[in-house]
Design a protein around this ligand. Structure first.
Ligand code: FMN
Length: 332
């Protein structure tokens, strides 16, 4: 693999590593946290409803909010109606999207009961037609994120990926599970390899259960995929892209970040949230989020519980100072 040259159509990425869309987690505050750490080639918004976007609902506007530092960016759309999809894709292209991604993998009932997300795997003809219409409506590359199929009896990813390539899609991401598996069982690298073997030119990006740089290397070696998308592991360890990129390009993983660096990252994330969403929402989000980060810091008895109760930024900084003796001053 030429690791420096993952391209989606005309867009050459600096790294073959992508941040997954994870609804409610991989928001702008998180993307701006991860990008400067290095190693990330492309980040994606959470899934966006085209009709909501075209009505400019507050939720949709929040989901697509971006910033010049948040590049390159993929905006992910879901749905089944070509009209709103193409209009929304054009809107995204005019508002910061370097890539439009189409969700064909979400197994959540609220999406699939309207035939969207992974339900499109059951209607490949409609899935391909949607992609063809969106490709025809925008200048930026269009990608598709899919699962293997609806269930074990309907594995469609290899054929669907090949049909997507014919429809002009610039790359496909394959989460190596069926929709029926949701997040259980194993990711099937052999099935991702079958997709890689089936397409002609477009890159396949492997996804699922990459928890370490070594996992990403294994996925590339076992499937031949050109890129790797990482989701849940990045939420706890935002350095995973830096570390994985180093492993792929030099064969070595850098030393882990120091406690000071880790604490600075926690504070930066909190401050990103304050700046973008306001103090109240930053506190609500951090009551849960902070405890994930604490897992990689030496234990401080009671801290998790105390952070779950914060109602103001001052309480948060005070806790950090009390437990870590550091000057956790706000930069705002
Ligand atoms: C809470 C949650 C929300 C998710 N939201 C999205 C989403 O909005 N769009 C999407 O394509 N995938 C979504 N996914 C799936 C992830 O992008 C990814 O495919 C999956 O988590 C497997 O990768 P991982 O093991 O690296 O996390 C979500 C997953 C989780 C756990």
């Amino acid at each position: 693999m030429d690791r420096d040259m993952l391209s989606l159509g005309t867009l050459a990425l600096a790294s073959p590593l992508l941040l997954s869309p994870i609804a409610r987690y991989c928001d702008l505050a998180f993307r701006l946290l991860v990008r400067p750490l290095g190693g990330l080639g492309l980040a994606c918004t959470d899934l966006v409803n085209p009709r909501g976007l075209l009505r400019a609902t507050p939720k949709s506007m929040e989901l697509v909010s971006t910033d010049p530092r948040d590049r390159p960016l993929s905006i992910q759309l879901y749905g089944t109606e070509p009209g709103p999809m193409t209009d929304a894709a054009q809107w995204c292209q005019e508002h910061g999207a370097d890539v439009i991604d189409l969700n064909m993998g979400c197994p959540a009932a609220k999406i699939t009961r309207h035939a969207g997300g992974a339900a499109l795997l059951c209607d490949p003809r409609l899935a391909v037609e949607l992609a063809r219409r969106v490709v025809g409506a925008v200048r930026v590359p269009v990608t598709v994120k899919m699962r293997l199929g609806w269930d074990d009896d309907s594995i469609v990813a290899p054929e669907l990926a090949a049909a997507m390539e014919d429809a002009g899609v610039a790359g496909v991401t394959v989460h190596g599970r069926t929709a029926a598996q949701r997040f259980g069982g194993q990711v099937r690298l052999t099935e991702i390899a079958r997709v890689v073997a089936r397409v002609r030119r477009i890159p396949v990006i492997g996804n699922g259960d990459v928890r370490s740089p070594a996992d990403a290397r294994t996925m590339i070696e076992r499937t031949g995929c050109r890129g790797v998308m990482i989701g849940r592991a990045a939420l706890r360890d935002p350095w995973i892209f830096r570390d994985t990129y180093a492993l792929l390009t030099t064969g070595h993983v850098p030393p882990p970040p120091s406690i000071t660096d880790r604490l600075a990252l926690v504070i930066r994330h909190f401050e990103n949230l304050r700046a973008l969403r306001g103090d109240r929402i930053a506190c609500v989000i951090f009551r849960q989020r902070a405890s994930w980060y604490l897992g990689s810091l030496p234990d401080r008895p009671g801290l998790r519980q105390q952070i779950r109760l914060i109602t103001s930024p001052q309480q948060f900084y005070h806790l950090i100072e009390t437990h870590w003796g550091t000057t956790a001053t706000s930069t705002r």
